[in-house]
Write a protein that binds this ligand. Structure first.
Ligand SMILES: C[S@@+](CC[C@H](N)C(=O)[O-])C[C@H]1O[C@@H](n2cnc3c(N)ncnc32)[C@H](O)[C@@H]1O
Length: 382
């Protein structure tokens, strides 16, 4: 009779974090999905689950900085597994208040026996030399060079660095009165749309439905469309969950909307974007997004905004928003709106927004501890 097979489960928060990090770093798995899986299968208590989460997200965000902390003392190449462990150890030593001896000894425990002496020696050196000469801002704040360079060129080096530094912090959580979790900056975009009871509004990139459900709360009728069925279904679920009234969910490509032209009082184009303004919510996103993707996205954004303009009734309002501040995805897209539309100077709202381009606005994470967001608005004049 064969013995019942049970796969060995990691017991400690560090072991669970290590297992998750291996899959994120070596297999390119999504951090949130991997973490969900390993936590579900683990026996950790609530406190240890929080610690494992902090270790996974923190080590993932600070990957490049941790490599620098370690590489000061490593002269030979190390295999992927040991690299992950050294990052995990360096993260605890440099960024958390974990006592050094616990961070070192419990991380060393996770190493294969033959590598323990090496991991121990390196982590002890990291612990003993906390003063770090960072070679550049991208290493210190742990971002790919291209992100630091692009944002510095677009919004200024100092401002970009403050934004990037802020996005290494844990995001705050804001719950609306209907239970939906939504960043304030997204809610402020809805204020710009300015929904009124009785309006007919099109939200043509609507999933998962945060803005559509908030717009409907004003008493407006909202057509919430998204390109993929699976995404539209998320909107439908959130409509039910929040109890929003007056939202119709549609599957439609916003570059070719199957709707009668010039019929909406307000159209919101909350376009797909690089997401550089929400990096604090997605620990691994900075290593995934590629610089070339911005060019592809900006072409799609132009196409979506161009097609959506046809849906705005004369006298109606068009709003374009993205959770990024790169010039290519904001000012350059806004400049393509034709002369049937007159720009609206969005009110800066007593320090809520900064001016972005001639008439648009943006908010940066360091301003009010929100996501970064940009928005532009127009009135259709003919
Ligand atoms: C920034 S998200 C929208 C967030 C949403 N407005 C909210 O507040 O919850 C962008 C959305 O655009 C959708 N999208 C991408 N390409 C599209 C297209 N060609 N037509 C319509 N939707 C598209 C994506 O599926 C994604 O759900």
């Amino acid at each position: 009779m064969s013995a019942k097979r049970t796969s060995p489960q990691p017991e400690t928060a560090r072991a669970v974090a290590f297992q998750a990090l291996r899959r994120i770093e070596q297999q390119g798995a999504f951090a949130n999905l991997v973490l969900d899986g390993v936590l579900t299968r683990s026996q950790l208590d609530e406190q240890d689950r929080r610690f494992a989460t902090q270790l996974v997200y923190g080590t993932t965000r600070m990957r490049r900085a941790c490599d620098h902390l370690v590489d000061r003392f490593v002269v030979r190449s190390v295999d992927d597994q040991i690299r992950t462990l050294l990052r995990l150890g360096a993260y605890q030593l440099h960024y958390l208040s974990t006592p050094d001896h616990a961070a070192v000894s419990e991380t060393v425990e996770l190493a294969p026996r033959k590598a323990r002496g090496f991991v121990n020696a390196v982590l002890r050196k990291v612990a003993s030399q906390s003063a770090v000469a960072w070679p550049n801002a991208a290493t210190e704040h742990s971002y790919p060079d291209w992100i630091v360079e692009l944002l510095s060129a677009d919004i200024g080096a100092e401002t970009a660095q403050a934004a990037l530094e802020h996005m290494n912090r844990e995001p705050s959580v804001h719950e609306r009165s209907d239970g939906y979790i939504q960043d304030p900056a997204s809610q402020w975009v809805c204020d710009i749309v300015g929904a009124q009871a009785g309006d007919t509004i099109l939200d043509c990139c609507a999933a998962p439905g945060g803005k559509a459900t908030l717009l409907a709360a004003s008493g407006a009728t909202v057509v919430a469309s998204d390109r993929r069925f699976s995404r539209a279904r998320l909107v439908a679920r959130n409509v039910v969950r929040t109890g929003a009234d007056g939202v119709s969910v549609v599957v439609a490509d916003a570059t070719a909307l199957p709707l009668r032209p010039a019929t909406f009082d307000r159209v919101l184009v909350d376009a797909p974007c690089s997401g550089l303004g929400v990096l604090r919510r997605r620990a691994d996103a900075r290593w995934r997004i590629d610089a070339d993707g911005i060019g592809r996205l900006s072409r799609l954004q132009k196409e979506i905004l161009g097609a959506s303009t046809n849906q705005v009734a004369v006298g109606g309002t068009l709003v374009y928003s993205v959770c990024t501040v790169t010039t290519a995805e904001t000012i350059e897209i806004a400049a393509t709106v034709g002369d049937d539309f007159e720009p609206i100077d969005i009110d800066l709202g007593t320090g809520r927004w900064r001016r972005h381009g001639d008439h648009g606005v943006m908010v940066l994470p360091q301003d009010h501890d929100t996501d970064a967001m940009s928005a532009f608005a127009w009135k259709r004049i003919r």
